[in-house]
Design a protein around this ligand. Sequence first.
Ligand code: CA
Ligand code: CA
Ligand code: ZN
Length: 354
Amino acid sequence: MRLRSTIFGCTLYLATIAACTGDDPKTGTGGDGGTVTTSTGGTGGIGIVGSGGSGATGGSRGAGAAGGGSGVTGGSGGAGTTGAGTTGAGTGTGGGGGSGTGCVVGRAVTDQPDDVQGYQVHVNYVLPSNGIDEGLDTNGAIATSVAAFSKWLSGQMGGRQIRLDTCGGQLDIRFFKINQTEMELKAKGIFLRDAIEEAMSTAGLIAPNKIEAVYYGGDSSESCGSGPWPPGLVGHVAGLYLKGTFANPSIPSCASNPLAPNKDTPGYLDFSILHEILHTVGIVPTCAPHHVPSGHVSDSPTDIMYAGNLPWNPSVLDVNKDDYFGANIPGCTDLANSAFLDPLPANAMKPPGW
Ligand SMILES: [Ca+2]
Ligand SMILES: [Ca+2]
Ligand SMILES: [Zn+2]
């Protein structure tokens, strides 16, 4: 079924991951023994350690002097044996890496093992096939942006948190490249978000219990972000379009806005991706007293969900708490009851249609 996207006005025109204990893939300089995902000792090459097991399955890859790739200490135990890669033969060294978490250091191309269960926001850095890779997933830029909006949101919610997908205590960010060019995707117009969701869905990258927050490093013709808005449009991908450019020269490019420089200073882009995440949860519902189409409020331009003619200057989550956070309107979607919150509210609600 073709999902129809909704464009949200609101002038949305607009670190490095620390080592996980015991599972530190270190890029080798030896021969390329091939890519492995789980090593049994001695296999050369650069790989990602699987969840740290014990004994034979959790062994380490060899640190081959002559080219067996570099070692990854994975799991506990698992003495390596001599392994042969495609081009290099490595000698395995023993495991003893402690309790591996299965988290990678550097770029992850999978949804890594979750620290917590339940509904959560998983973060992605997505590029078109010919997109410029700025390494935002590995240089701390996206992690800082997420830290900034989530800290701000927590402050607005009295210490409650939106549940983020983490691995080994660090934000889990997945890298994904879409097999379509930047221009092909830009040509989708208001359906860019749908195209991203479709590509990720086809690749099996959308988990039923997750909002996939996408930092897209490509162009957009319509906005700097968009999101689904259930129940009218049910979806999992909330998109931020970092390189959006517009036909109207009076509208600044999305890239004229920087990502947050630190966790205490969320800015336009950081508020924008949060705005789209809140849409994805079902905010603002039509039953809210200040609702204006589609999924916004009209009562103040300081509201993160504001849309209207005034410049958007987000600094408040639901001004007067009467529309979508703690409004307690029977039958109305309310962020305070969302299953995405930590601690989990009593009678926690999934987004409508999930
Ligand atoms: Ca994960
Ligand atoms: Ca309000
Ligand atoms: Zn919006």
